[in-house]
Design a protein around this ligand. Structure first.
Ligand SMILES: [Zn+2]
Ligand SMILES: [Zn+2]
Ligand SMILES: [Zn+2]
Length: 238
């Protein structure tokens, strides 16, 4: 008999309706069809204040509900009660993730590798572009962080749309040290760019101050005696 926790069913969450293990990439139970609210299981929710927003779900056109998440500071986000997708205004998802990162001390590369494998492209038909709930422009699909395996929908001006189960997957990635890894990589990239810039500036300075290498824009090998004399003369009459 196949262990249901192996293969595609290695998600540690169970269906709230039939207790069957949920597929790794989705919150939709393959056995009873129940859509499970996996994203907010680990987050304290202060309550749904109902459809107080004009924004509608980009997937099902239903009016979004405002809910308050308790992540140290209360965070109000908009959520679709039908597909369980969540819209975050700029900065809100980062706030939520920072609250999670403060407990993570190290990067678990093995965990991250298994995560990005099991989180591969979702099997539900979500690989379609959606419109921003605020400005109605088509959102960009972007890979979240480094190696998270989650593709999110982004509007530069208004925020991020996460489909149901994506927040849970991002938080698993954060717990595995994914955010620390992404921050580290960004830091390293910035440093190497700075180093490159410094070296270029140094090189330019050396070339402009070392005599004999430059007349106009033409480079000549140094050590050519005639050239050295000519360029010395050129410098004198300049
Ligand atoms: Zn079920
Ligand atoms: Zn929806
Ligand atoms: Zn927008």
């Amino acid at each position: 008999m196949v262990n249901p926790r192996e293969g595609p069913y290695n998600n540690s969450m169970d269906c709230s309706n039939c207790a069957a293990p949920l597929p790794a990439k989705s919150n939709l139970c393959a056995f009873c069809g129940t859509l499970n609210d996996t994203d907010l299981r680990a987050i304290e929710v202060r309550g749904d204040v109902g459809p107080t927003t004009e924004r509608v779900c980009p997937r099902c056109n239903e009016q979004l509900h405002s809910i308050t998440l308790n992540v140290g500071t209360p965070l109000v986000v908009e959520r679709c009660t039908k597909c369980l997708g969540i819209f975050f205004d700029p900065g809100e998802l980062e706030t939520l993730i920072e609250a999670g990162v403060s407990h993570v001390m190290h990067i678990d590369f093995n965990r991250m590798a298994t995560l990005s494998e099991e989180e591969g492209p979702a099997d539900i038909p979500l690989v379609t572009y959606v419109k921003c709930p605020q400005c109605q422009k088509t959102m960009n699909r972007e890979a979240y962080g480094a190696r998270s395996g989650v593709i999110v929908d982004v509007c530069r001006a208004d925020g991020v749309w996460l489909d149901g189960s994506e927040l849970g997957r991002i938080l698993k990635w954060v717990k595995a040290g994914g955010q620390i890894y992404a921050d580290k990589r960004l830091h390293e990239r910035k440093r190497s760019e700075e180093r490159k810039k410094k070296n270029l500036a140094k090189q330019a300075k050396m070339e402009s101050t070392s005599g004999g290498l430059y007349v106009g824009d033409v480079h000549r090998p140094s050590g050519d005696l005639l050239w050295d004399i000519l360029s010395a003369v050129a410098r004198l009459i300049r």
